[in-house]
Design a protein around this ligand. Sequence first.
Ligand code: EPU
Length: 787
Amino acid sequence: MPLMKLASETTAASAGSTRKEFRTCEPLPSLARFLANENHRIHLVGVAGSGMSGLAGLLIELGHVVSGSDKAATTETDRLQRLGLRFCDQHRPEHADTAELIVFSSAIKDNNPILLAARDSGKPLFRRAEAVAAIMQAKRGIVIAGMHGKTTTSAMTAHALRGGGLHPSHYVGAEIPILGTNAHWDPRGEYFVVEGDESDGTLRSFHPEHAVILNIEEEHLDFYADLAAIEKVFAQLIDQTSGTVLYNIDDANTARLCSKHKRAVSYGFSEQAHYRGVEVELRHFGSSFSVCRRAEKLGQAILNVPGEHNVHNALGVIALASELSIPFDRITTSLRKFEHARRRFEIKYASDRFLLVDDYAHHPTEIRATIGTAKSIGRRRLVTMFQPHRFSRTKTLCREFGSAFDDTNRVVITDVYPASETPISGISGRTIADEITRHGHRDVSYQPRLEWVHRDVGNMLESGDLVLSLGAGNIHEQLEILAADLVIAEKLKAIVGEEGEVRLYEPLSKHTTLRVGGPAQFWVEPRSEEAFAELIGLCRDEHLPLFAMGRGSNLLVRDGGIRGVVVHPRGGDFEKIELDGCEITAGAGVKLRQVAYAARAASLGGLEWMEGIPGAVGGALRMNAGAMGAQTFENVKRVRYLDADGNPHVKKRDELEVFYRRFPLLETNFAISATFRAQPAERAEIDSRLRESQEKRRTTQPIAKSAGCIFKNPESIPAGKLVDELGLKNSRVGNARVSQVHGNFIVNDGDATAAEILQLIDNIKSIARKKRGVELETEVEIVGESE
Ligand code: EPU
């Protein structure tokens, strides 16, 4: 049967809209018949969106041939393709050529090529809500509407009606594990539960039998001029509801608007409520409360989703289900089993030490409610990461956002998730971060790079923290990365025990003498050889790269940091020094300078040169470090190390292969300790050699942040002398500069990056090659990933 055509482009003046929109002629009732009782070819523009994918599912279940287009495929479009959706990851008019009707999402711009082509050819064009509203005509419609809690309440309603044996069909705006899918058509039942979307004025399309109104306040001010414009749309929906309007009496705007309806039934905590919640007890992940209908006590309900706002939502569901004659105990049996929709206080990770929760909250009221719920769980601290959603909301509700985070100990704000909006000049995540600070919060930071948010939050974690990710965009992905890494971090922690230390995303710039370097995915400080051995075993089993790092004095870590485990052997076994006659055994974490002074205390000489090396024993072994014409292995008697399986070995000097600034054994094994041999000497003689070393350092080397000598000395000429002769002293890339004092030192003048230092190294190498034919080789170890 032919359908009415698109009338014209008009402004949605009736809704007080500030945006131009496509409008259709009165679509009912022929569209209802077309969609619910016949089979056709239908194309959906923007099919990957949460609402559109649900509609696609419904239309497929109704027997239509459904095609759809979007910018990119998602797991939802993959699922729908398996059900029969013909999907295209571009908006091409030819893909919709054979469609008899086109449905489009509100996120689709007016100049979308499929919309333009459909308009030119006069093909019928409908908004998503208009299509859903038309399908509703085939059933007894129930619309759940309001600013906050719609998805949860719609899902709870469908679940309770299912439990009551009513076989409802449903259409909600998110994946609902307990319902199976976000939308489902059940031909056996009479009811169709629909989450109404108030964001674009299309609530006016619905003519339900019943409606549940949760709350009404200022929101979506990109579309509505003001609260009055929002209320107008709700008033029309209420007007068009033929049966009962169930409303939250505790919300003033809602009560004012709904109480006028001829069959209005209220719910809430107020004494005036028809269905009233009393004796509410909030628990960590749920609540219990009793319900009265007028003077009659119906009984107790238990919820396994947290927060007072969910008690409210459940009261709405109880009121509706009771009005549909489902017995109270059947309703409460369903409610007790109800689990959250995705991204609604969804627990992503839980242990005694940490709890990670994700929530979709993006409006200040929702944020306050979710933070309140999280706080009531009673963990030691609450750390929140928030991704603002839409520039328009960030701008209009900026003040409210400023006070929404009062109850969280630390906040990280990232940049705005634009949805379909173009940026507004001067509006960014910083706008909200500044407003929170202005409001008096002391622990707010702004991280414009979303992909770094998990690092910031992970690095601030302390045992007892609850971490919340909030927002309607993609910030949950950051929490998921954190959750996956915490699983590993907790295994590492179990190995190193209370005395050891495990930190996530530790900035290595804090642990290198050059003060550059990105984060270590897992920073681990074992205190014993056994713990180190177990770490090696775990890394092998989990296929995690493992890198041992000492004092970072001869290390250049790239700006992307080090993936995997960075072991920093410190304290405990690793800082022990033992003397036995002329032998000194020192753990891998002992500073070389300490070895020199321990020898001095025992009147042992020959190790004075170690005074001038800023590194620890492990690093000195690894590179056969040297100074004052001496080098490490001239004094080494034995080395104790762990192999790649974590087994300990001891090797004597003559069993070891050593080169100038290179000790291959430690490229695949891990130093535990070394025994050095010294000779008895006069204190005065030792002191004089120590002074000589100090004097040499003081007069020939810079005090600035550096990694010691950058290049190995070529046979033909000391690298420092070569750089000097080439006139490269003080040459720089950004904040990385060749020292004026010594040509083989690169110093970090401020916030130099590893990239700058590497560039400077390259410049020096190519000039040395070109001008002197010398191939310089770096002595400093370069590790990690570029950014
Ligand atoms: N020189 C210059 N200009 C300079 C730097 C050096 O002409 O800007 C000349 C010096 O006058 C000297 C020669 O080059 O004649 C060698 O310089 P230096 O005595 O400073 O020794 P080096 O070979 O540059 C080595 C170690 C240092 C150690 C010192 C002191 C290497 C690569 N470097 O430096 O070790 O502190 O001896 O004993 O072997 C390190 O490895 O990180 C390190 C700092």
